[in-house]
Ligand binder design. Structure first.
Ligand SMILES: *[C@@H]1O[C@H](CO)[C@@H](O)[C@H](O)[C@H]1NC(C)=O
Ligand SMILES: *[C@@H]1O[C@H](CO)[C@@H](O)[C@H](O)[C@H]1NC(C)=O
Ligand SMILES: *[C@@H]1O[C@H](CO)[C@@H](O)[C@H](O)[C@H]1NC(C)=O
Ligand SMILES: *[C@@H]1O[C@H](CO)[C@@H](O)[C@H](O)[C@H]1NC(C)=O
Ligand SMILES: CC(=O)N[C@H]1CO[C@H](CO)[C@@H](O)[C@@H]1O
Length: 285
């Protein structure tokens, strides 16, 4: 007697499961409010040309995106790739609402203003490429919170201030480029030097973690792998210049002194003539 009712219960369960599955499969097209806030802020700030506002409420249909440059994974925005589209304006802090973002590429545009420290809330971020823009201000040290960062490419901007030491703690970094900015100060040792292996011995091959090309084109940046204390190198040049200059000056001075002396001796040489005249006149005395 109990068997049929159990069967009945099982089939009920199966129907319920199927319904849940159907709902789940249909669900991904419904938007995540965080992604919507993130994409709306990007539209407000940079207005990518092909973006239609209607798509923000449902940017992802499972793995497929309705917006240019947006890649979805399971209904969430996971990649934003908008290089070389002449996008102008500041990076909105609300970009940090795309909490599943793993890759952000806004390179080769006309972005200005600072890199928002809020980007450090993107805890899954592996790729950050903001190269070839007009970004200014400091590199936020908060970025060190993005522990999965593999790529930080900030080359060719107008970033200033020091390179935060904390970035050296990002153990997964395989590409780091801050060349051609206005950065200053010493290069963090943990970015420049390969850390020692567990045994304490230095890893084989070159000692550099990132070589000079990662740091080039920043006038006031110094330390390995760049020359030590560039300011010092300049002052050495200045000392040489001062030395050469003062040498030349003393040469000119002594030359003119000799000239003046020669002239005065010329005069004294001519005075004997006058003396002679006088002496000729002398007899008439
Ligand atoms: C917009 O989309 C069209 C067709 O999909 C494409 O040809 C065009 O390059 C896109 N515009 C921009 C600015 O990328
Ligand atoms: C960042 O983007 C630029 C241009 O869009 C590209 O040339 C460069 O290789 C990228 N950086 C990395 C580390 O992939
Ligand atoms: C980093 O490496 C360079 C070159 O091998 C070396 O001269 C320098 O002393 C190292 N710095 C530290 C702090 O280990
Ligand atoms: C610096 O390292 C990059 C790869 O990380 C390599 O392509 C480049 O040739 C190196 N440059 C120098 C001057 O060693
Ligand atoms: C909807 C949402 O999550 N909005 C957040 C977007 O990011 C800003 C700044 O980080 C937050 O203040 C909002 O709450």
């Amino acid at each position: 007697m109990s068997r049929p009712s159990q069967h009945h219960q099982h089939s009920h369960l199966a129907v319920a499961l199927a319904a849940v599955l159907l709902v789940l499969l249909a669900a991904p097209s419904s938007a995540d409010p965080n992604d919507e806030a993130c994409l709306s802020s990007l539209q407000r700030s940079l207005s990518p040309r092909n973006w239609t506002r209607s798509a923000f409420s449902a940017p992802c249909d499972g793995f497929i995106s309705k917006l240019q440059g947006v890649t979805c994974n399971n209904g969430r925005v996971y990649k934003l790739s908008l290089p070389g589209l002449s996008l102008a304006g500041p990076i909105p802090p609300e970009l940090s609402n795309c909490t599943n973002l793993q890759s952000l590429d806004l390179s080769s545009n006309a972005l200005s203003g600072p890199i928002p420290p809020e980007l450090s809330k993107l805890l899954n971020l592996a790729v950050l490429n903001l190269s070839a823009n007009s970004l200014s201000g400091a590199i936020p040290r908060e970025l060190a919170a993005c522990a999965y960062l593999n790529v930080i490419d900030l080359h060719a901007n107008q970033l200033s201030g020091p390179i935060p030491d904390e970035l050296g703690l990002l153990v997964r970094l395989s590409a780091f480029d801050v060349s051609y900015n206005r950065l200053s100060g010493p290069i963090p040792v943990l970015l420049a030097n390969r850390t020692t292996t567990a045994g304490g011995a230095l890893a084989a091959g070159p000692a550099a973690r990132f070589n000079a090309s990662s740091f080039a084109g920043n006038k006031d940046l110094y330390g390995y792998p760049l020359p030590p204390m560039r300011g010092h190198g300049l002052s050495v040049l200045a000392i040489v210049g001062i030395g050469l200059g003062s040498g030349l000056l003393s040469l000119v001075l002594s030359f003119s002194a000799v000239c003046i002396w020669l002239r005065s001796t010329d005069r004294t040489a001519t005075t004997p003539g006058e003396d002679g005249k006088i002496s000729h006149l002398m007899p008439a005395y």
